[in-house]
Design a protein around this ligand. Structure first.
Ligand code: FPP
Length: 256
């Protein structure tokens, strides 16, 4: 057995490091609005402005991929008026930022179930995806009508269908095969998950993909988020020791 087998991957130079994938649970819009005596609607709209600031900051801070949680499969249980407001956010965001994203080489992808979304929302998603499809400089993935469990169930169904149709041997279903059927298959798993507002939960976000992600919880409410808060989260992440279930090479060498 080689000395390093089962140990953390050897450190790579910055030039070789893959682009960082950061995922954010943007929480606290409602509390931000309440603290100001405003309707929740205005908290969500301020959340869109924070998203614009944060995507721009991520592009400048060495992040290559950013996934944000815009609407969960559980958010349908909110009052109809709030659901309707949340459904209008992709339009609000893309109408004000899509031209910039396209110009600056950002590729947009929306993950989550399409069923249940209105024609207007679907056509906005389609426009954002198709007009940025050739971009490669930065990847923005928006989870909308997304749930981690739903995504895992959908992957299982697709695998079962492939087996039934004779396209897949059940013996070939391993972690890589499963992963390739998730909606997130296009990108490597996130390195860092950020949740704002002080809550310390994943709330059904990227359940499979977060197996080895670092988690950073910040007390700021999402509408107040921006470059300084993202930089603080990245600084905390860069100070973490990632071992992926292995041991630290230096510790093993020192203690045998
Ligand atoms: C959680 O805050 C936030 C949401 C449910 C929506 C987040 C969405 C955005 C910030 C913008 C989305 C943009 C696109 C492009 C989809 P909360 O309402 O649960 O806050 P609370 O916990 O304080 O009540």
């Amino acid at each position: 057995m080689s000395l390093t087998s089962g140990l953390r991957p050897l450190p790579r130079s910055d030039a070789e490091a893959p682009p960082l994938h950061v995922a954010i649970i943007m929480d606290g819009n409602g509390r931000w609005a309440k603290a100001r005596g405003l309707p929740r609607t205005l908290g969500h709209r301020a959340g869109v402005t924070a998203l614009k600031r944060t995507v721009e900051a991520a592009q400048q801070l060495g992040v290559g991929r950013l996934t944000v949680f815009g609407f969960s499969t559980e958010n349908w249980s909110r009052p109809a008026q709030e659901v309707s407001e949340l459904m209008s956010l992709p339009k609000l965001y893309f109408e004000s930022d899509l031209a910039r994203l396209r110009r600056e080489g950002v590729r947009v992808r929306v993950i989550g179930r399409r069923a249940g979304l209105s024609k207007d929302v679907l056509s906005m998603i389609d426009e954002a995806e198709t007009t940025t499809a050739a971009n490669t400089r930065f990847h923005l993935q928006v989870a909308f009508n997304y749930g981690g469990r739903a995504d895992i169930a959908d992957a299982a169904r697709r695998l079962a269908e492939a087996v039934r149709e004779g396209r897949l041997d059940p013996a070939a279903i391993d972690e890589a095969a499963f992963e390739s059927h998730l909606s997130t298959a296009e990108h490597a798993a996130p390195d860092l998950i950020i949740r704002t507002s002080g809550e310390r939960r994943l709330s059904n976000f990227l359940l499979w993909e977060t197996a080895y992600a670092e988690l950073v919880f910040q007390d700021v409410l999402w509408p107040d988020y921006g470059p300084a808060q993202l930089k603080a989260a990245l600084d905390e992440f860069r100070g973490r020791d990632r071992r992926y279930g292995g041991a630290d090479v230096d510790d093993v060498l020192a203690t045998g």
